[in-house]
Ligand binder design. Sequence first.
Ligand SMILES: [Zn+2]
Length: 181
Amino acid sequence: MDKVERYIKGIVEEFEGKTDRLKDTPKRASKAYRELLDGYKQNPDEVVGNAIYQSRMDDIVIMKNISFESFCEHHMIAVTGYVSVGYIPNGTIVGASKLARIVDCFSHRFQLQERLTMEIADAVQNVLNPKGVAVYVSGKHFCISKRGVKKQEASLTTRYFLGEFKQNAALRNEFLTSVAF
Ligand SMILES: [Zn+2]
């Protein structure tokens, strides 16, 4: 029994007492948590690999509505939502699916949405060195909707801009108009 299994067994016993019915749960749950938190084993350079291509494309490239699942690091409860990532190429583009992989790399960790937003932007900046990066995240936090203040419909939006998006309000607005919903 690994460490995570032992801790989950402790939680199960705290609520259920000793029971045979849930004897396989710690093993399964440990496996599930390791999968949902596999971002710790990934880094952006590795997930992007050699999927960077020369291109004379010079306008905004946007991958919109990338769904994500994460855990609020304060409550260890689910956060779900959507990430949109935009960048202005500087001679190279990245394989579009790799933007989604970068999102998974950082969302599959204990997170704060604000940090997640910045980490995704910084990663795109570092792997691609584009002229600008824009990230927009909309998240539902189960720690807010299902417990505590129980605000079912509340969602948190965060944005983060680098390079030309930071300097140019028209570019920012163009990005936000195409991704905000
Ligand atoms: Zn929370």
